[in-house]
Design a protein around this ligand. Sequence first.
Ligand code: KIV
Length: 266
Amino acid sequence: MSKVTTATLLEMKKKGEKIAALTCYDASMARLLNGEEIDVILVGDSVGNVKLGYDNTIPVTMEDMFHHVRAVRRGNSRALLVADMPFLSYENDPKEAVRNAGRLVKEGGAEAVKVEGGLEVVPSIKALVQTNIPVMGHLGLTPQSVLRLGGYRVQGKTTEDAEKMVTQARILEGAGVFALVLEAVPASLAKEISKKVAVPTIGIGAGLECDGQILVLDDLLGLTDGPVPKFVKQYAALRSASSRAVKQFRDDVKKKKFPSPEQTYL
Ligand code: KIV
């Protein structure tokens, strides 16, 4: 099992080998993802809604990210470990972006960071790349823009918006990103972007033609409470299985069936 680096991902794109990426928020799941040879682990700021009980990713802080990145780092050895830069930690000030990303890398153990947005974040991306911090871009539905967008919708549906996204992808590539997440984008547009940029595209709700795919781990495992987006495939139903297990435990305790002699020191 050789270590995945940003260079590995570029090589995979060249060979037409798909990149399998997942989000992860703790050490035990990171170990599991490593065991199954997931190529990229993203400590997403989706930790806000997935684990911390927020409605969206806006309230997530650097301290939240730092805490989860360090935990995942302890469980990871093979995957490329990418940390999301949270809302307002990088957008408006390249120096602040370097300071914050530097912490995630130097103290947290992340090997790259991800930032959302296009032209407006190019100064920060350039400053990070010049500081030798690899940057993953993120176009399409950018959850940190949810308040402006007014909800989570497919992006790049009009010809104008699609052309703008292709241009933004090229600009981000020019700024030095090593990969690009495309979220909630029509498959035809994601395919076009994937052809036009040399860096790998990693799709989430962006069709089969991206160079890789990413899902939120809890969505894939069927742990998410409530509806999931159309693009999610639930490979397991752990929420209902967990509910059943907890209910069974409660009933066993109430009925004095647990612990049985098997679980008792005699
Ligand atoms: O925060 C996150 O989980 C993400 C993925 C959806 C790509 O950005």
